[in-house]
Design a protein around this ligand. Structure first.
Ligand code: MTE
Length: 313
């Protein structure tokens, strides 16, 4: 079981000392609100470990350098290093997110409005990605449910659809001759999955504002699902009655289903999903067995009771 109820690993143990010390000035506490969160001045002395969510894993985190240089963000190219090279082109201020569809109070939130009532926590979630690699990332985020409650879902709402920004002038992948995906990138969750306390909107990592290549300024993190469910740079959230389309299912329905729960027992048609390669452990890193629901089974298995997960992959 990866969720731990005692303080997780200290960031000083998982990052190099110089990097940790140079970042200390940017660290922030759980009790400060988002508006002061990324202020350039020194934050109150508050350690990462004090600010960590009780849901954090006790596994060592992947280094900041690996988390921010090995990415999938096809709007900036299909190579793992393309987002780190190209995502600086994206303007993330100002930013707003529309939340609409089957809700009583459809709202377009400025990012600041979205964060204002929320006390951010430092959370460490383990995110496993579909290619068979895995990372442990100390996200800064808050439950998506907080936003959904503010717009008051109607009884008819069954699903939540997400959409990434479409801005070809700043996202070269959306302009490329070879279009890797249909734009904008879209994703979806069942409403009960979206309301789950492990489903978060991330606005930072390692105590810093979210780097562009990781989905700035706001992205989804669903730690028990394969990485592609965690849609980046979100501009629209729509509550729907029907199951919404998802980018990878649209691209290749035989290989990618709607649910995409981490499941070592169900192979991808072209590769086994039984093991994963931890990123950043060097040339001789050993593959590790992948856990059902990425280790969050105790928290989420009940959502799928009675469902055949080989059919609903
Ligand atoms: N969101 C958008 N908008 N575009 C993308 O190409 N890639 C997905 C997901 N979210 C993607 C996206 C995939 S395939 C993965 S594995 C994760 O983002 C990677 O997130 P990371 O780079 O922060 O590890």
């Amino acid at each position: 079981m990866l969720i731990k109820h005692t303080p997780p690993i200290r960031s000083s143990e998982i990052t190099s000392r110089e990097v940790y010390l140079s970042r200390r000035d940017l660290l922030f506490g759980a009790s400060i609100t988002a508006l002061s969160l990324f202020a350039p001045q020194r934050a109150e002395a508050m350690s990462l470990e004090a600010a960590s969510s009780p849901l954090s894993t006790d596994e060592a985190a992947t280094t900041f350098e690996h988390v921010t240089s090995y990415n999938n963000f096809y709007e900036f190219g299909t190579g793992k290093d393309d987002p780190a090279k190209n995502a600086h082109m994206l303007t993330t201020k100002p930013w707003s997110v529309k939340v609409e569809g089957l809700v009583s109070r459809p709202t377009e939130f400025d990012l600041e409005d979205l964060l204002r009532p929320i006390t951010l926590e430092e959370r460490i979630y383990r995110l496993r990605c579909v290619e068979g690699w895995s990372m442990v990332i100390p996200w800064v985020g808050f439950p998506l449910s907080e936003v959904l409650k503010r717009v008051v879902p109607l009884g008819s709402a069954k699903f939540v659809a997400f959409e990434t920004l479409h801005r070809p002038e700043e996202m070269p992948g959306q302009n490329a001759f070879f279009q890797a995906l249909r734009w904008p990138y879209v994703e979806g969750l069942r409403l009960d999955e979206a309301m789950h306390h492990l489903t978060i909107l991330a606005v930072g990592l390692y105590g810093e504002e979210l780097p562009n290549q990781n989905g700035a300024p706001i992205r989804l993190v669903v730690p028990w699902k394969y990485g592609f469910k965690s849609i980046k740079s979100i501009v629209k959230i729509t509550l729907t009655e029907e199951q919404p389309p998802t980018s990878w299912n649209r691209q290749n329905p035989r290989e990618y289903g709607f649910y995409s729960n981490v499941n070592p027992e169900v192979d991808h048609p072209r590769w086994s999903q039984a093991t994963e390669l931890p990123i950043g452990e060097g040339l001789f890193a050993k593959r590790k067995p992948t856990l059902m629901f990425n280790g969050y089974g105790e928290e989420v298995a009940h959502l799928y009771e009675g469902m055949d997960l080989t059919k609903f992959y």
